[in-house]
Design a protein around this ligand. Sequence first.
Ligand code: GRF
Length: 196
Amino acid sequence: MSRLRVGVLVSGRGSNLQALIEAAKDPLYPARVVMVCANRECPALEIAKKAGISRQVFRLAAFPDRKARDWEMVRKLRQHGVELVVCAGYDAILERAFTREFEGRVINIHPSLLPEFAGTMDAVRMALNAGVAETGCTIHVVTKDVDQGPILAQRRVEVRPDDTVESLRERIQAEEHGLLTEVVRRLAGQPLPLPS
Ligand code: GRF
């Protein structure tokens, strides 16, 4: 079985990366992570290291500009034969050059029920402050418009009266892990690029 070659972009904790790595331990899982790119040193890189996955930090300061940084990421991901890119807590906006190169092959996880609380890194806090009864997580195709690409899947999470940002985030993330592995499994079985 040839498995879909996945590149993961990270900036933080890496729990979604970990979920994908765990899923891919099953030889029947149809995808595997072959490269991890980060825009800074972060715990997610340790997860990649432990799993023996190629990883690299693309610090903006090491390049003339964002475009040059993103081109280098494209080059490295291509070198590793990446077919699908997963933004898993990656906190920089991808240059158009990147999304064009991987058109319909980049997905993102966002911790809200898009289109609610789009375009922010603080969607969990915003949901809590807005007093909504439920929020959740969304996986969507990345296009040039931040958080606005076609939605692939969502899961709902109830907001409890005693929730803090941390407790709500924890429950949302637990759903993200299941949703991400499910969506990647599905994408491995269908033709790429996705309509974007
Ligand atoms: C996730 O909650 C995701 O929705 C958001 O960033 C967070 C990343 O978490 N885009 P982790 O690094 O995968 O633990």
